[in-house]
Design a protein around this ligand. Structure first.
Ligand SMILES: C[S@@+](CC[C@H](N)C(=O)[O-])C[C@H]1O[C@@H](n2cnc3c(N)ncnc32)[C@H](O)[C@@H]1O
Length: 299
């Protein structure tokens, strides 16, 4: 018998519910609404399926860091059950919030720049979606005013503005050639972001600390963070973000790689230096486990 799982499957019977092509759902599944087959697929450490431009992609692309709503919906379906609540303290133009709508979850997003929240609302209007709760403000001030619990935190952290200090080379010079003109770095700041690495790490620490009391015990966090090649060296930013979360007492459970098939390759450093083409992002998976204790920096 085929039934759709929207929250708890209806009807009596044993622990197993046959969902036809989707596979078999077990009523004891405490994490999500996936069948065994879907669960197996969801544990793959590399996410390589394409996410076609959707949900007013052009409009959302005004924000250089927008994420595919379907990718967010995919993650939300892994880490929550239908109807549960998702928090995004750095919502941008609302990849997480749109993903929550696509997957039948509730979400609250916070964004410091009103421009991005306006775009999110315009996307919802054009798509005929009821907007989720989108709050304009600084998460450090807004989070303590929110009511929990949330069942999942899905976010994509801002970067700091390296360009205020330095601009990267526009093209990498060939051997023996004078330096080429500089142009803005690909490391984008999205509005009133942190000015340097230290401020950036402090912002992340403050925001993830403020989110903690809002998360239900054993809730997961999934955090997008791309590593960077900038100013002649590789910056494993994901390690720094993971260290912040670890210090706050969250427990690391995985590092998913999102292989972004839409990224095109550019020739960097050809014939004189190896420079990676970053066509993936990390999605750090952490869990808020009871008993995890914070070791805040400076504490
Ligand atoms: C990488 S973007 C998120 C993009 C988002 N995933 C999307 O799909 O549009 C990070 C966002 O965090 C915002 N931000 C930076 N500092 C913030 C703060 N203190 N409170 C709230 N939002 C902040 C930035 O303005 C930026 O839009």
């Amino acid at each position: 018998m085929r039934r759709d799982v929207a929250g708890e499957p209806a009807g009596g019977g044993g622990p197993h519910v046959d969902l036809g092509p989707r596979g078999v759902y077990h009523r004891g599944n405490r994490l999500n609404d996936l069948t065994g087959k879907e669960w197996l697929f969801s544990t793959r450490s590399v996410i390589s399926m394409p996410f076609p431009p959707s949900c007013q992609f052009e409009l959302r692309s005004q924000h250089g860091g927008q994420k595919p709503p379907e990718l967010c919906a995919y993650l939300i379906r892994i880490f929550t059950k239908s109807g549960q609540r998702v928090l995004d303290p750095f919502m941008g133009v609302g990849g997480t919030l749109l993903g929550a709508s696509l997957s039948g979850r509730e979400a609250v997003g916070i964004e410091i720049s009103p421009r991005w929240v306006d775009i999110y609302h315009e996307v919802c209007r054009r798509e005929g979606l009821a907007p989720q709760t989108a709050i304009v403000g600084d998460s450090r001030q807004v989070l303590p005013t929110l009511e929990g619990p949330f069942d999942f935190l899905l976010t994509d952290v801002p970067y700091w503005d390296m360009d205020r200090r330095r601009r990267s080379a526009g093209k990498f010079k060939r051997a023996g050639e004078a330096a080429r003109p500089r142009r803005p770095s690909k490391l984008q700041a999205f509005g009133d972001g942190p000015r340097n690495r230290e401020e950036w790490l402090r912002l992340l620490e403050d925001v993830f600390a403020a989110a903690r009391p809002l998360l239900r015990p054993r809730a997961y966090l999934a955090v997008f963070i791309g590593d960077m090649y900038h100013s002649g060296r590789f910056h494993p930013l994901s390690h720094e973000v993971a260290a912040v979360l670890d210090r706050l007492g969250y427990v690391m459970k995985g590092n998913l790689i999102w292989y972004d098939v839409s990224k095109s390759l550019h020739i960097y450093g050809y014939r004189y230096e190896f420079i990676p083409s970053m066509i993936h992002q990390n999605i750090l998976i952490f869990r808020h486990e009871p008993g995890g204790s914070a070791r805040r920096s400076g504490a």
